[in-house]
Unconditional design. Structure first.
Length: 184
């Protein structure tokens, strides 16, 4: 993972364990489309949330792909703009009360990274927890939301993961005449 523009959490790699990390980006950056909006600085024409591989894409934020969550605010709007706030690592894995989850018997069996994202205008935080296990080829991920403001918000949906992959070459096939599709 890395921070794009010093605030947007993006993913760089999903795959087998890496023994020696290099700063090489496995997914090349792609240019934004002419209709892709810029989040806050119109002079930065090469950047848009619509083309980066976000870990937590939001609703109504300029990324037209499927959002990882949807929050409705008291005024009826749903635009959420999360940016990096902080992170911490610790040994072990926190329990997820009321939910089925992996667990460890001792803290030495796993290590957890917690990344806190914040929408400072809406006063909502998202905490993304990633846990790697010493003896398993597994990464677990969970997310929790915290309303730090004074007004109630409604969380309509939340996915603990959202995978955005670049697909520079899409091959589409469709039958232009009805009835030519193969049926079994």
């Amino acid at each position: 993972m890395e921070l794009d523009q010093d605030k947007y959490l993006t993913h760089l790699y999903y795959g087998e364990r890496i023994r020696n990390f290099t700063m090489q980006r496995p997914y090349p950056e792609i240019d934004r489309s002419s209709f892709s909006p810029n989040p806050e600085n119109p002079s930065t024409r090469g950047f848009s949330l619509d083309v980066i591989l976000q870990e937590m894409p939001g609703q109504d934020s300029g990324d037209y792909r499927e959002p990882a969550f949807e929050i409705i605010y008291p005024d009826g709007t749903s635009a959420t703009h999360f940016a990096y706030k902080s992170h911490r690592t610790f040994a072990g894995k926190k329990a997820l009360p009321g939910l089925p989850a992996t667990y460890v018997k001792t803290d030495s069996e796993a290590e957890t990274l917690e990344i806190t994202l914040i929408d400072s205008i809406r006063q909502v935080e998202a905490v993304l927890s990633y846990t790697i296990f010493e003896k398993l080829s597994v990464i677990t991920k969970s997310i929790s939301f915290k309303n730090t403001g004074t007004k109630a918000v409604t969380l309509l949906r939340a996915f603990s993961s959202c995978f955005e992959f670049q697909m520079p070459t899409l091959i589409a096939f469709s039958c232009l005449v009805r009835g030519l599709e193969k049926s079994s």
